[in-house]
Design a protein around this ligand. Structure first.
Ligand code: NAI
Length: 803
């Protein structure tokens, strides 16, 4: 045991390993066997063949894995084909709900997935826990949004059909998400094969599909090596192939599919440049190098594996880099303080060692830290080569390990030439404090992704993919969706899905509830205001009666006044800045969560609506369903309605950025009291505004029932504030209030005119209905870009770009 004084002396980290026990117990419960998932069931492989998956950090076996053969592949493709029509017919919102459920289940199982991934792949738990698994969830959330919006945003497009997907071992679960999420969001079904080295998280994901209630056959997972991959590639009933892996195999797949009419996307290798200019923040750049080449042991297709540094600062950069390398820690990937884990397999380790030997033989100068790596697994130290010439093997070939090769340049032109001196074109990273220089290089380097003063940044909203031999096609962003779509006119079969019927409930529980007597909620409470995330008593202490269709009292709400509005605006204002800064993903997540919690109260809400309007419980259910649908839609748009790049003349790009307006007030209409409330508040919130809403004057109880929904859905206090009372009176106060940045008014012609008049003085932005009623159930009138546009303001940022 070290004394405290000794610890202070050495500053050595103690071991802090994440326990493997729950994950090992999970494997044990499954007999340490990884089975294929076909048509919603786990089956034993028809081939009867097995192989082992190993823990790279210990060189010990973890489980035995089915080697799927032709019969298994046939069964999986058949199951995918059989499921595809139903999956498509489920409609946008149905698929969105399923993708959302997958995202939630990934989050719920996050730690198990992270530990399994670390055991199977050898990458540090810090990375699986903080990067891989959160990005997986993010991918499913993001594509839940696209599933929801597909019909509107991609009209005239239909799914390709059955997708065969083959993925590598370096980001096993993340690559699975990159493949499966867009495919199923767009209505395809999939047959996916994980890499033979890393099948565990795909196996766990198959269970997630089953547990989350994904219809059988939508996702099928086949384990096996390249032979299984080849069977998928050559299967005649596959419509589309998506592959990530080596350029060699990519080429084989191109060959096998050429002329077959199968759609193909390939995400292959890279040798990405990391360019450092002499004016860069050199310490930042050195940390960037650590992320670029030592993240994931350098087993990253877009790793910044070629350091291209300006001559004057080269020695400084190298020496700071060596000092930093000396402090990197290689070892047990379950240890939370480890920087670099184990290499996937002996074959990969040998490949790295061979290429490093070749580098030395070709005359480059090798440097490795003084410490040695653990020997009980497959480890390799961080390695730096200097004095490398651009034509050396190590400067041209993808090493796929923690090996960095460095070269120098004098002028920007030379930097560009070196950066482009590769057969690949996946990514590039540019470090300089000079924005003109950075953007000039960004335009000239041939790569699918360019990071300025940053590296290895990924997000579902940003497309990823290569130029040249790095492959073609994109994953992520809107552009990634095209890989899984085809124009409707191309499809001869008339499989167009039937129109959805919102009036007829779709859930089984509807049938059994039909005709059940409506149980009125008790009339014993007066709904308060909702301000700053808390319920507050109306300032005036007057109540407003809410009367049902038969003239009976169904409830009471507070009669809001000037003071209530003042408090609500103040709360909104306080919340607005934080909410505007929250990530789009976070906003989307919260809106999805509101939808989830609203759906859970479907019956209660439906009866409440019926009690107020007398339209029937069935109509109430339909209104709740539509409200959930709207919430999904705006959750989808939250991270997609994000501005454009304008083609302005001169040497620049103009980024038209969408910004929230700030504090947005909404006076809701009477009709469809729940739906209209959601249909107006959700877009405002999705675009980053804080809202003060006056719900339906006649039927406000639907909105006041939402307080608990908001409370349980992580809506930050003050982002949505609700003041009940007379629409026109409160709208007048809101219009005159200087801290309300914009006012939407859905009411009478006179009320509209009054709002516009009241805002002459402060020139507030207003959007009024002039007495025109909308059909809130109609997707054209009740949702979409009109609402989004009214919820944002556009800022144009002009940036120099290109020649
Ligand atoms: P690989 O390309 O052989 O394996 C990737 C996937 O393709 C695996 O699922 C594998 O089972 C499957 N596969 C193999 N042969 C196939 C075939 N003929 N038809 C269909 N599918 C097939 O990559 P491998 O052997 O694991 O690694 C070799 C090198 O590839 C690495 O050293 C690295 O340079 C590169 N690589 C690049 C990756 C990237 O993301 N760009 C990922 C993995 C490897």
């Amino acid at each position: 045991m070290a004394t405290i004084a000794e610890i202070f002396e050495t500053l050595e980290y103690g071991p802090a390993p994440e326990s493997a026990d729950p994950a090992l117990a999970w494997l044990e419960e499954r007999g340490r066997e990884v089975l294929p998932f076909i048509g919603g069931d786990f089956r034993r492989p028809a081939s009867g063949e097995w192989f082992e998956t190993m823990n790279p950090a210990t060189a010990q076996p973890l489980a035995r894995v089915a080697q799927c053969g032709a019969e298994d592949v046939d069964a999986a493709v058949e199951a995918a084909r059989a499921a595809q029509g139903l999956w498509w017919n489920l409609g946008c919102h149905g698929r969105a709900r399923h993708l959302y459920a997958l995202a939630r289940h990934v989050q719920k199982n996050a730690r198990l997935l992270a530990v399994l991934e670390t055991l199977d792949n050898g990458k540090p738990i810090r990375e699986t826990r903080d990067i891989d698994v959160p990005l997986v969830a993010r991918h499913f959330y993001y594509h839940a949004g696209w599933a929801q919006l597909m019909e509107r945003e991609l009209p005239g497009y239909v799914p390709v059909g059955v997708a065969g997907q083959i993925i590598p071992w370096n980001f096993p679960l993340l690559m699975l998400a990159w493949k499966i999420a867009p495919a199923i969001a767009m209505g395809n079904t999939v047959v996916l094969k994980p890499a033979e080295f890393t099948p565990l998280t795909a196996f766990a994901f198959a269970e997630i599909c089953r547990d989350a209630g994904l219809p059988p056959g939508v996702v099928n997972i086949l384990t096996g090596d390249g032979r299984t991959g080849e069977l998928i590639v050559r299967h005649p009933d596959i419509d589309k192939l998506a592959f990530t892996g080596s350029t060699e195999v990519g080429r084989l797949i191109r060959e096998a599919t050429a002329g077959t009419g199968k759609k193909l996307s390939l995400e292959l290798g890279g040798k990405s440049p990391f360019v450092v200019f002499d004016d860069a923040d050199l310490d930042g750049a050195v940390e960037g190098v650590v992320d670029a080449i030592w993240f994931n042991q350098g087993e990253v297709c877009c790793a910044g594996s070629r350091l291209i540094v300006q001559e004057g600062v080269a020695e400084t950069v190298y020496s700071r880099l060596r000092a930093r390398m000396e402090t990197l820690r290689v070892g047990d990937p379950r240890d939370k303080a480890i920087d670099i884990g184990a290499i996937i397999a002996p074959v990969q380790l040998e490949r790295i060692e061979r290429l490093v030997r070749q580098g030395v033989e070709e005359g480059a100068k090798l440097w490795q830290p003084s410490w040695s790596c653990p020997r009980d697994g497959w480890f390799y130290p961080p390695t730096l080569f200097t004095e490398v010439s651009p034509s050396d093997t190590i400067a041209q070939v993808e090493i796929f390990g923690p090996v960095l090769v460095a070269m120098t340049f004098r002028t920007p032109e030379e930097a560009i030439e070196l950066a482009n001196n590769t057969r690949y074109g996946l990514a590039a990273s540019i470090w300089t404090e000079n924005v003109n220089l950075a953007l000039d290089l960004a335009a000239k380097i041939k790569a699918g992704t360019v990071w300025i003063n940053s590296t290895n940044l990924f997000d579902a909203a940003s497309g990823f993919g290569g130029y040249r031999e790095s492959g073609f096609g994109r994953e992520g962003g809107k552009e990634g969706l095209w890989e899984y779509l085809q124009p409707r006119w191309k499809v001869e079969a008339t499989e167009a899905r039937p129109e959805r019927d919102y009036q007829n409930g779709k859930d089984e529980e509807d049938a059994k509830d039909d005709g059940a007597p409506a149980v009125l909620p008790p009339i014993d409470r007066t709904a308060k205001m909702y301000i700053g995330g808390k319920q507050s008593r109306p300032d005036g202490e007057y109540a407003r009666k809410v009367v049902g269709p038969d003239g009976r009292l169904t409830g009471e709400v507070g009669e809001g006044n000037r003071k209530d509005i003042r408090n609500a605006v103040e709360a909104a204002r306080k919340a607005a800045a934080g909410w505007a800064k929250a990530t789009a993903h976070n906003k989307a997540q919260i809106l999805f969560y509101v939808a989830e919690n609203l759906a859970a109260r479907r019956e209660e809400m439906a009866r409440r609506l019926d009690a107020m309007t007398g339209a029937g419980v069935e109509a109430g259910r339909a209104e709740v369903d539509l409200s959930v649908d709207r919430l999904f839609a705006y959750a989808g748009w939250a991270d997609k309605y994000a501005g454009t790049v304008q083609a302005t003349p001169l040497r620049n790009f103009t980024f038209a950025v969408h910004e929230p307006i700030g504090t947005l007030a909404i006076a809701c209409p009477d009709e469809r009291p729940l739906l209209a409330f959601i249909a107006t508040v959700a877009p405002a919130v999705a675009m980053g505004n804080a809202v003060v809403a006056v719900p339906s004057e006649r039927w406000p109880l639907a909105a006041t029932d939402l307080y608990q929904v908001f409370d349980t859905s992580d809506v930050p206090g003050g982002v949505i504030n609700i003041v009940t009372g007379g629409r026109d009176a409160l709208a007048g106060v809101l219009a005159a209030h200087d801290d309300v940045d914009s006012l939407w008014y859905f009411g009478s012609r006179e009320g509209s005119a009054a709002v516009e008049r009241a805002s002459i003085g402060n020139l507030k932005r207003t959007w009024v209905s002039y007495g025109h009623a909308r059909d809130w159930t109609d997707p054209e009138q009740g949702m979409g870009e009109e609402f989004l546009r009214q919820a944002i303001q556009v800022k144009n940022i002009w940036a120099p770009f290109g020649e």
